[in-house]
Design a protein around this ligand. Structure first.
Ligand code: GTP
Ligand code: MG
Length: 171
């Protein structure tokens, strides 16, 4: 058959935002982990989805590991950036990390798609995806296609919508 298109996805965002939980939901049921623990360094996950073969770099969001992110920027074809919509206190930190990422020399000049998940929408005091996108000033991103989806990674809600968008962008 036809060879599947190989796509490297960088999964970034602060610690505890839900990156590993999201990626786990995207894997086939028989490959899903039962317990998810904070990521140490990073993990590489591979899975196939229709015509594409994804390699996801699931990076740790802990501050001591964030300096690892940039080593993989050149290899990435797309970015998934995850935000804990309930973590109002650290929204400014998330914004700083997103801005630093988008201004990095290996990212800045490229038209790679950026999919954002406003995750943990199930939390009672979660900010809406519209509010999150205002807080992060997403309208200032002019040089890349971007899209934000509200998600609940534990139930898997909102993930498919995001993946469908990403699919369109890289197809
Ligand atoms: P690091 O690996 O440390 O960078 O964190 P991470 O972004 O990979 O977060 P992880 O997937 O480990 O999830 C952190 C915690 O948030 C876990 O206890 C998850 O169960 C929980 N969590 C993830 N997504 C959701 C969600 O949509 N809603 C709620 N309520 N909790 C979530
Ligand atoms: Mg993780």
């Amino acid at each position: 058959g036809l060879k599947k298109k190989e796509v490297n996805v960088l999964c970034l965002g602060l610690d505890n935002s839900g990156k590993t939980t999201i990626i786990n939901q995207l894997k086939p049921a028989n490959a899903q982990a039962q317990d998810i623990v904070p990521t140490i360094g990073f993990n590489i996950e591979k899975f196939k989805c229709s015509s594409m073969s994804f390699t996801v770099f699931d990076m740790s969001g802990q501050s001591r590991y964030r300096n690892l992110w940039e080593h993989y920027y050149k290899e990435g074809h797309a970015i998934i950036f995850v935000i804990d919509s309930g973590d109002k206190l650290r929204m400014v930190v998330a914004k700083e990390e997103l801005d630093t990422l988008l201004n990095h020399q290996d990212i800045r000049s490229r038209k790679m798609p950026v999919l954002l998940f406003a995750n943990k929408m199930d939390l009672r005091d979660a900010m809406s995806s519209v509010k999150v996108s205002q807080m992060l000033c997403l309208e200032n991103i002019k040089d890349k296609p971007w899209h934000i989806c509200a998600s609940n990674a534990i139930k898997g809600e909102g993930l498919q919508e995001g993946l469908d968008w990403l699919h369109e962008q890289i197809a």
